[in-house]
Design a protein around this ligand. Structure first.
Ligand code: FAD
Length: 502
């Protein structure tokens, strides 16, 4: 069948769904995106209230070249769609009350920071970052923008040679601890594993490439927040002819033999409750950008599922996140745009996520103050804060528990900063497990899908192609290459390419 006029239905208007829709529409396909929420972005939605504009999910803009490449696929320039600034400092780390360092993105600044904390560590960081740059280049060239259909695609000779050089088999914590003794330096080199939903002790050593991303490439901020980027991709897709149906929740992918034939959906009202109206779209191709486990277990008949319940139950699920959106009527002195707080014994927090699931008593957390770069995100003189504690997926999340834990986490943040937050809070909203499950149909309320353990990397992630329905494809953070906005843009590119070739 020729690509022109092929009917594609995309499930979900997150980054993955919208990016795949844009690419398929560019190629002449007739594309409709069905999204259960009332607005675009998925986990990267926007929430506005009382003059505050919150980025509900992602806030770190990393790997800018991936976004540049994405826009170039349309003959477009990213700068014509949104403005980018480089953050300086990239982020501030609080190791305990009053003990903080600013991490700058020039490698020389990072070397000086390391040398100042542990004599000799500056030169060792230089070597470490050279190695990270090598791994990053190999990953970009060989691993990431590649579809793995069988284990042999993963294990070809070239990849084995590069893979061994990339220390695919070691673990990151061992890699780092071998070179750096001071726990603060080790934390700066390992914290990004939380972005990948993984404990540093379980993350393959190759993920040290992420230090190339934050310490060498730098951390950027798109004016208007990450939701401005999501909105740009929605506009780009619409400009190429993709249609968006919001408040339209997919109920079933109907199959005939080995093909998906149509996608059935129902309309939701402003509260996300069924509004009565139903519809069905015929499809030549279906691209699922919604949570993979939900699509498999709730939208497909048992005979059309690639993976059974047992498969999902045996996966290492990435953490959920306990989020508090706080709108303050005052400015805070001690914060940078991105702020991280690492406890001395952060292992107990990782245990509470991965080994003995519980609300972490002494949490490590991330506090974003977007107003430091974009004052318009709060009323004049106010501060827009986003507090994030990574927590195990599947914890009980009732009203009493979440409010108690919000107080607990905010008190920790106040202690870290030495400044009061609650006395000037005009807005306070918690978003956690049950919200991820309700708003995004997230498996066990996970924020991020599946962890990046070695057994859940590349060909070992759920397959981009359904094993049962020849014209059903998956994009998004559960499949290869994985978690994070740049990664799901890559997944979308792979899925859209496969869709045009079907
Ligand atoms: C709090 C938080 C912070 C993060 N921080 C960062 C960061 O700083 N930088 C970074 O790069 N990444 C970050 N990430 C990860 C990143 O946001 C995700 O990996 C990425 O946005 C996932 O995109 P996606 O399109 O795969 O999924 P989603 O964004 O979840 O999109 C899936 C869409 O499908 C819709 N859907 C689900 N079921 C149905 C249905 N039945 N019918 C119709 N629609 C349906 C959902 O509503 C949703 O809109 C963060 C994530 C979270 C949650």
């Amino acid at each position: 069948m020729s690509v022109k006029g092929k009917r594609a239905v995309v499930i979900g208007a997150g980054f993955a769904g919208m990016a795949a829709a844009a690419l398929m529409a560019r190629d002449g396909m007739d594309v409709t995106v069905l999204e259960r929420n009332a607005s675009a972005g998925g986990r990267a939605r926007e929430w506005k209230t009382e003059g505050f504009t919150f980025d509900m999910g992602p806030s770190w803009y990393l790997m800018p070249e991936v976004f540049e490449r994405f826009f170039s696929l349309f003959g477009e320039k990213r700068e014509d769609w949104y403005e980018l600034v480089r953050l300086d400092p990239s982020y501030r780390v609080f190791f305990g009350p009053g003990e903080k360092v600013d991490v700058r993105s020039e490698p020389e600044a990072a070397e000086a920071l390391f040398e100042g904390i542990e004599p000799g560590a500056g030169a060792r960081l230089r070597d470490y970052l050279e190695d990270a740059a090598f791994k990053y280049d190999v990953a970009m060239r060989e691993f990431l923008y590649r579809e793995y259909r069988t284990v042999f695609d993963f294990l070809n000779r070239r990849l084995i040679v590069d893979g061994l050089k990339m220390k695919v088999l070691g673990n990151l914590d061992a890699e780092v601890s071998r070179r750096f003794k001071d726990r603060r330096l080790r934390q700066i080199l390992e914290y990004e594993m939380v972005f990948l939903g993984t404990d540093p002790k379980a993350a393959p050593g190759m993920y040290s490439l992420l230090s190339h991303v934050d310490l060498t490439q730098g951390v950027f901020y798109p004016l208007g927040g990450l939701t401005a980027v999501a909105d740009a991709i929605r506009r780009l897709a619409a400009s190429r002819g993709a249609r968006f149906e919001f408040s339209a929740e997919v109920e079933a992918i109907r199959a005939e033999g080995r093909r998906a034939k149509s996608v059935a959906f129902r309309r939701l009202d402003a509260e996300g409750k069924p509004a009565g109206e139903r519809g069905e779209l015929e499809a030549d191709v279906v691209v699922a950008g919604a949570d993979y486990a939900h699509v498999e277990t709730s939208l497909l008949d048992a005979s059309s599922r690639s993976y059974g319940e047992k498969y999902w139950a045996s996966r290492v699920v990435a953490p959920s996140m306990f989020l508090v959106y706080l709108g303050l009527s005052k400015r805070l002195e001690g914060l940078a745009h991105h702020n991280l707080h690492f406890r001395e014994d952060w292992g107990t927090h990782f245990d509470a996520i991965f080994r003995k699931p519980a609300w972490p008593e002494d949490p490590c957390f991330y506090l974003s103050a977007i107003t430091k770069s974009d004052p318009g995100m709060a009323p004049e003189g106010g501060e827009n804060l986003f507090l994030l504690v990574p927590v195990a997926a599947g914890l009980a999340d009732d009203d009493a528990t979440r409010e108690r834990y919000a107080d607990h986490a905010i008190r920790h943040a106040e202690k870290m900063l030495g400044e009061k937050l609650l006395d000037s809070a005009k807005v306070r909203r918690v978003f956690s497990q049950r919200d991820f499950a309700r708003d995004y149909n997230a498996y066990k309320g996970t924020a991020l899908g599946l962890s990046h353990t070695l057994g859940q990397t590349a060909v070992f992630r759920p397959s981009m192609r359904s094993r049962k329905l020849a014209n059903l494809l998956y994009a998004g953070q559960y499949t290869h290459p994985g978690i994070g906005v740049p990664m799901v843009l890559m997944a979308a590119e792979l899925a859209a390419k496969a869709a045009t070739e079907l």
